[in-house]
Design a protein around this ligand. Sequence first.
Ligand code: NAX
Ligand code: ADP
Ligand code: K
Length: 515
Amino acid sequence: MISAYPGAAVRAAEKPLLDAGLGPALMQRAAYGLYAACAREVLARRGSLYGAHVTVLAGSGNNGGDALYAGARLAGRGAGITAVLTSEAPHPEALAAFRSRGGRTIQLSRAVAECARLCAESDLVIDGILGTGGKGGLRGPAAELARAFTGRISGRTSGIDRRPLVIACDLPSGVDADTGQADGEHFTADLTVTFGAVKTGLMAGPGAVAAGRIECIDIGLGSLPGPALYRLESADLAQLLPVPRKTDQKYSRGVLGIAAGSATYPGAAVLATGAALATGVGMVRYLGPESVCRLINASHPEAVCATGTVSLVHVQAWLAGPGAGADEDQRRRALEAMASGLPAVIDADAISHVEPGLGPQVILTPHAGELTALLGRLGETATREQIEADPLRYARRAAELTGATVLLKGWATITAAPTGETYSQAEATPWLAAAGSGDTLSGILGSLLATDRSNRDTASPAPGHYAELAAAATSIHGRAGTLTAQSGPVEPSMLPAAIRTVIGELKKGVVIDSV
Ligand SMILES: NC(=O)C1=CN([C@@H]2O[C@H](COP(=O)(O)OP(=O)(O)OC[C@H]3O[C@@H](n4cnc5c(N)ncnc54)[C@H](O)[C@@H]3O)[C@@H](O)[C@H]2O)[C@@H](O)CC1
Ligand SMILES: Nc1ncnc2c1ncn2[C@@H]1O[C@H](COP(=O)(O)OP(=O)(O)O)[C@@H](O)[C@H]1O
Ligand SMILES: [K+]
């Protein structure tokens, strides 16, 4: 499990060490970690550090100091290094070390276009303009540089290998360390080497997109307060996924009730059912129109289909909403599912029936547009753009207002418990942005809820338990999408096969890397 902390918490943990005069030692540890990651990535890309063109972007603070010291070490390995100084007062000792290794410098304010060209022609750009001391987006010449550099490299069509590798020092400059907001100009990295602890802003919203892969370097910080954000990794998922016991039968494994689909949108029910079955539920009981029952049984003969009401069927969890449209029977079933006290995924059209006063066992799964509408009905105004810019804040707010667990979809999907526990998963691929993809996510989550043993073994699961299961479903969905995308575009109906593979490999301990 990865734990992430706000920038201020990391700075507070650094403070006693800085007060004790350990600042230079911490900076050397951070710089060494950054250098080692840069060396490894350049070697992987071009086979040799010798003769590699490296540009260090160095701001006025300690972030620039870290980057200059790392650059000095790369110069010592034969790389050709130039530092672009974005301020008149760079870290003095780091600059002296950099120059003593033969590094040359350019003052940004006098040569923005030249610096942008230099970056675009480099093998590696180290972004050390702003770290946790940054406030807001980049300004002035640094903002112009970010714009000009992005413009130059986005025009390249010949694949990522022809673009310079960008490695961010601690966090991409211009990204808010706590929220991941990046309203102004900012850099986008392939890899972020972060120090002491992962910052929450690297795992949420635009910051998660800008960070690329995240690597955390231990610099010997003291204790940190409880993390603000978690991310499940393969070992966590393997532990969470239930395995049938020798004494199990289909009912004890778990039955999922699905109230999805309508005469207008039958396909969503088929996709959700397929994904739930692939995730390993004991039985799917489907409730919906007869025409949809026939369609489901044509592709999933194992699903037990009926046209009845929620109170008449015995299940361990419910999934309601995908493809329900304006179907009145499905609306009633969604309301009954929410009121049943059983774990329930409330997706798509059913989200518009949500009222406050739910419990954490109800998991709402909106995208930003659906959350805009939901918050609006609860008396809060937030546009889709505002939610996309700061998903942590709005997912938590929706959980607080409804009492439910909230899964807010995106590149990094956030799941927030009403008690505050929050997860971010980012294994997905943009190929998953396709109609029907969310239906498969809801099927995976429904299956995890139905087969969740803690649901039966303990009276009330630990706070944040449902947010953790929702994060697990998100991760499986993302990994299944990434696996499918390895051979071409993702059609959501292909996902169930990949879900089975991902779960099988997780159980064997094989990791399918995210993109
Ligand atoms: N003190 C140490 O020895 C350690 C420092 N570390 C590094 O230090 C960083 C924090 O250093 P600082 O506190 O010096 O802060 P930064 O290096 O993030 O930069 C702060 C400077 O940037 C200016 N600034 C803020 N926002 C700006 C904006 N939007 N546009 C232009 N300029 C802006 C500020 O006025 C200030 O001069 C961490 O991110 C990390 O990289 C870590 O390596 C841990 C150890
Ligand atoms: N750019 C993206 N990168 C990664 N995953 C994405 C992206 N856009 C959407 N997704 C994922 O694809 C799914 C889309 O869900 P949703 O919008 O509900 O689709 P639908 O309702 O059509 O089934 C979600 O799991 C979401 O997180
Ligand atoms: K930076």
